[in-house]
Design a protein around this ligand. Structure first.
Ligand code: CU
Length: 511
């Protein structure tokens, strides 16, 4: 679609034996024993039966401590349903919340109690995960680990205090459901925020294949059978590559890339006056795609990563891995131009149009070329704002996470193991926990920790507060957090096909 510094590797860089009965496939759906006797590889342990699970009194106590007097309650309803959606030039049958793509934005204030009535009208069980929120563990939406799945035809009421302001999202945590249309933005306003902008623009970037002749379930089955996706079939697959990502850019070929549910030729738009300040809240809900985001000719000032403030940093373009969010301020340009989300290494474009007048939209391919000519940054080295920096302290415990794969049958592992809810990384409340994540693969992994916002240990010292961090091929990324939210917390690759093929483990609070 446009020239880039990306290229394709003509021969598949990965060759797999198509293995029957690969481990890790569908462990979440298969149910599991509560046996704590499975052997552990180095770095992961069988978890004891007395671990602090969703019913523990510590979890209710932690929630109670978050609830201030006079707490406001916000009620929302989410109907997970099957139906048609117009993505701009094409109508697809998919799964959404309430028939909208993205689902209707949820907006609360920090400190509010959010009550969400989820009705499952899907043909599969589902759950809702509140990505990035430090909530009570039993509302985290992870099957087996924190709650039973919501059966088709059933409903579930989520209820939890939302402690921190910022840009978050919600999506299912069952199979590859999030690679359908089941997602939306969760915006938590800060009552103390000074503002300083005229408009706000929430943009959700997504890679899209559902309802175009395949489904995410078929895609996952395909990967397990053949090791990789694509139209070329075995042996002739063109794998996406990115210099910025330092290796492979994805395993799945998507026909469309969407911004706020629309293709780039039928985009949504923001009308504002030239010179006005726009706060961007940018979210990557993609299944297998990083987005390079920016406005050609209009540098942005990055203000937040994954909801938490950072030292203001100028950039022409920023890379967003799956599950990451970046807030930035831009000045509304004089002429119409797209806020672009370029599918990194995949030659795909998405956009929301910035429309200061009645001028014609520029050619999106030319705009993409202009953005690609500018440097793009990853956010991992931007320091957190002083107010949200962790107090310096030596870690009480360090866990190594060796990220590997893909193995036979498209398995992805942490410390040599595919996910089991009975295996994990023990921690104790009150500890400063360090996670050192080493990527031994040829592809990036956006690693996400539930229930906490860690701080990246940057080469220069303090990095950003985040809940999802890109770990590039050959890199070790170290993060630290305070164990202040008891429970059983998934930590996993937010590439949905990696996660569902085993690249998940549990940060497990023990008594
Ligand atoms: Cu991954």
């Amino acid at each position: 679609m446009y020239p880039s510094n990306s290229s394709s590797t003509p021969m598949g860089r990965r060759r797999f034996l198509a293995a029957a009965g690969g481990l890790g496939a569908g462990l979440l759906l298969a149910g599991c024993s509560t046996s704590a006797t499975s052997p552990a590889a180095a770095g992961s342990s069988p978890l004891p039966l007395n671990r602090i699970g969703p019913g523990a009194s510590e979890i209710a106590a932690t929630e109670k401590a978050r609830q201030a007097a006079g707490q406001r309650t916000v009620d929302v309803a989410l109907d997970a349903m099957v139906g048609p959606v117009d993505i701009g030039g094409r109508t697809v049958s998919t799964w959404t919340y309430g028939g909208a793509l993205p689902g209707k934005e949820i907006r609360v204030r920090a400190g509010d109690l959010l009550r969400a009535h989820v009705s499952n009208q899907l043909p599969q069980p589902t759950t809702v995960h509140w990505h990035g929120i430090a909530l009570r563990n039993d509302m985290d939406g992870v099957p087996i680990l924190t709650q039973p799945e919501i059966a088709p035809g059933a409903s579930f009421d989520y209820q939890f205090t939302v402690p921190h302001p910022g840009t978050y999202m919600f999506h299912p945590h069952v199979g590859p459901q999030l690679d359908r249309g089941l997602y939306g933005a969760l915006i938590v306003d800060d009552p103390a925020e000074p503002g300083g902008y005229d408009h706000e623009l929430v943009v959700v970037f997504d890679d899209w294949l559902d309802g175009t002749g395949t489904t995410p379930d078929q895609q996952l089955a395909d990967l397990k059978a053949h090791g990789m996706s694509g139209s070329g079939g075995m042996g002739g697959m063109a794998m996406a590559h990115s210099d910025l990502l330092g290796g492979d850019a994805g395993d799945v070929t998507y026909p469309y890339y969407l911004a706020n549910g629309r293709t780039p030729t039928a985009p949504t738009s923001l009308r504002a006056k030239p010179g006005q300040r726009i706060r961007l809240r940018m979210i990557n809900i993609g299944g297998d795609t990083a987005f390079r985001v920016g406005v050609p000719g209009t540098p942005m000032t990055i203000t937040h990563t994954d909801g938490f403030p950072v030292i203001a940093t100028r950039a022409d373009a920023v890379l967003l891995g799956m599950g990451e969010r970046v807030d930035a301020i831009i000045t509304m340009p004089d002429t119409a131009v797209g806020l672009l989300g370029l599918a990194e290494g995949k030659n795909g474009i998405s956009q929301v149009l910035l429309q200061p007048g009645n001028g014609r939209a520029p050619d999106v391919a030319a705009a993409a070329v202009a953005l690609m000519a500018r440097p793009a940054i990853l956010v991992n080295a931007i320091p957190a704002a002083p107010a949200v920096q962790l107090t310096p302290r030596a870690p009480d415990i360090t866990h190594q996470l060796a990220l590997a794969g893909p193995g036979q049958g498209y398995t992805w592992t942490i410390n040599g193991q595919t996910y089991s809810p009975d295996q994990g990384l023990p921690v104790h409340a009150g500890q400063r926990v360090r996670l050192a994540m080493s990527n031994t693969t040829t592809m990036f992994h956006p690693m996400h920790l539930h229930g906490h916002t860690f701080q990246v240990v940057a080469p220069s010292g303090v990095g950003p507060r985040k809940d999802t961090v890109n770990v590039l091929p050959g890199q070790t990324v170290t993060v630290e957090f305070d164990a202040d939210n008891p429970g059983q917390w998934l930590t996993h690759c937010h590439n949905i096909y990696h996660g569902e093929s085993g690249m998940m483990t549990v940060v497990s609070y023990l008594p």
